[in-house]
Design a protein around this ligand. Structure first.
Ligand code: GUN
Ligand code: FE
Length: 444
């Protein structure tokens, strides 16, 4: 497709115009010029639209099939790129033992930049195949390896926030930095990423969690974030032993530790948040932070059941995270299903609890994720002026058109995708208007 053409995607379009709201534009269109959505509407008005544009632009029309829907790209608000080789392994342990026995051992290996490139290319390609158009990555403790992840996301065209991990405490002397090294290396990482001037990629400040950094160190990292107007990501309240240890170490709640370090701002993404008290949730809401819900990881590491409804009731921004390799799957579609399962399990023990629906998790996976990452002015739904990050989803990829599929209306197609879909059902992926995964879409 030529770059200065206006592309019209015509067919059934589903997105979330606002929090927990889903809209179907039946027989609609999204018009895209370069990276931007320039119009959205009803396809019956298409002839007049085309007439206006034809004088100045080449027009390309992409007709979706009956078994297809156009949806916004999926957003992974929490994923550890270097842990990808461990996906599916180590779930005989819970969080703190898992970190010591499996995770740090693997992460130490990223001094080897060839290994880093191999793994990072693989995870970026894999997540794109699964429709993750934006990922918020924990990279490596090592600055060079973290920059290799930046290379990979740029090479394959993913939108990303990438953070060099910071920790001064671990069981391995070759897998920590001094506070001074951490500060200087983070600055160098940030400056390197910013100097590349790539719109799709931004650095994010990444203190690992309250048990791997002290207050002063976290405050210093917070200062780098503030001075450069950057986001911060970390973990919070994931596991009961961890929460107890944070209290023992600092004599205050998990949220208060981060607040004391000035890390709680409207640009902070906190992963997990299972055991936050009402006071902590109030504090997090007041500071306007986001929470990344990682249900696959919470299940595999037996961390617990996170009550999304309760957190949303505090008006806290929320998205979904795969948390690879705490979570076994790099797919946000799988994360949507895990979120549904977790919510149903919660409903068994809480009276009058309304489990999340497939449209609720679709919101978390798209607009919710964009809000959590501060990107909702750019992506998350099909609003005119936003960038075009989108998937064409097809529930009939085998071309069988079998009878049971034919009665599927567009909302049922979305429902089937959420409950039964995988990467085979994602036939095309667009990031910033660019096709990054090619499927069997008919271009005319
Ligand atoms: N807490 C601190 N580090 C990690 C990590 O790598 N994964 C998860 N799930 N929790 C953490
Ligand atoms: Fe994590």
């Amino acid at each position: 497709m030529t770059d200065n053409a206006v592309k019209f995607f015509v067919g059934n379009i589903i997105h979330c115009p606002a929090k927990l709201q889903t809209e179907l534009i039946e027989n609609g269109y999204v018009a895209v010029l370069k990276n931007q959505i320039i119009a959205v509407g009803d396809a019956s008005t298409l002839p007049s639209q085309l007439e206006q544009l034809e004088a100045n632009y080449k027009i390309q029309t992409i007709y979706l099939r009956k078994s297809q829907i156009l949806i916004p790209g999926l957003i992974d608000t929490h994923i550890h790129a270097p842990q990808y080789p461990n996906a599916g392994l180590g779930y005989d342990k819970t969080l703190l033992d898992w970190l010591d026995c499996y995770t740090f051992k693997l992460e130490r290996q990223y001094k080897d930049l060839k290994f880093a490139k191999k793994v990072f290319d693989a995870i970026v390609k894999k997540t794109l195949q699964h429709g993750t158009t934006t990922a918020c990555y924990f990279a490596s403790l090592f600055t060079d390896a973290s920059l290799v992840l930046v290379d990979s996301v740029i090479e394959y065209g993913q939108r990303a926030l990438v953070g060099k991990v910071n920790m001064t405490l671990s069981p391995f002397s070759d897998y920590v930095e001094t506070e001074e090294e951490s500060f200087q290396n983070t600055l160098a990482f940030v400056n390197n990423v910013l100097s590349r001037k790539v719109d799709l990629v931004q650095p994010i400040i990444t203190p690992r969690f309250a048990l791997s950094c002290n207050l002063e160190h976290m405050s210093e990292l917070g200062t780098i974030a503030k001075n450069n107007n950057l986001f911060v990501q970390t973990h919070i309240s994931e596991n009961v032993d961890e929460v107890a240890m944070v209290y023992e170490t600092y004599g205050m709640s998990y949220a208060e530790v981060y607040d004391k370090s000035k890390l709680l701002t409207e640009k902070t993404i906190l992963a997990h948040g299972i055991y936050l008290s009402d006071d902590e949730l109030q504090l997090i809401a007041a500071r306007k932070c986001s929470i990344s819900h990682c249900p696959g990881s919470n299940t595999c590491l037996k961390s617990g059941l996170c009550d999304v409804r309760n957190i949303l009731n505090y008006n806290i921004k929320m998205g979904l995270g795969t948390d690879v390799s705490g979570g076994p799957s790099p797919s946000i579609c799988a994360a949507m299903r895990s979120a549904l399962t977790t919510s149903v399990h919660l409903s068994f023990s809480e009276e009058n609890y309304k489990p999340l629906t497939y449209t609720d998790v679709f919101y978390l996976a798209t607009l919710g994720g964009a809000e959590a990452l501060g990107l909702d002015n750019k992506i998350g739904n099909f609003r005119t002026g936003k960038e075009f990050d989108a998937l064409i989803v097809d529930v009939d990829v085998d071309d069988t058109e079998v009878d049971y599929l034919l009665p599927c209306n567009p909302m049922e197609i979305l429902q089937k995708f959420v409950y039964c879909g995988d990467d085979r059902n994602i036939v095309s992926v667009f990031v910033g208007g660019k096709l990054v995964k090619e499927g069997n879409t008919k271009f005319t």
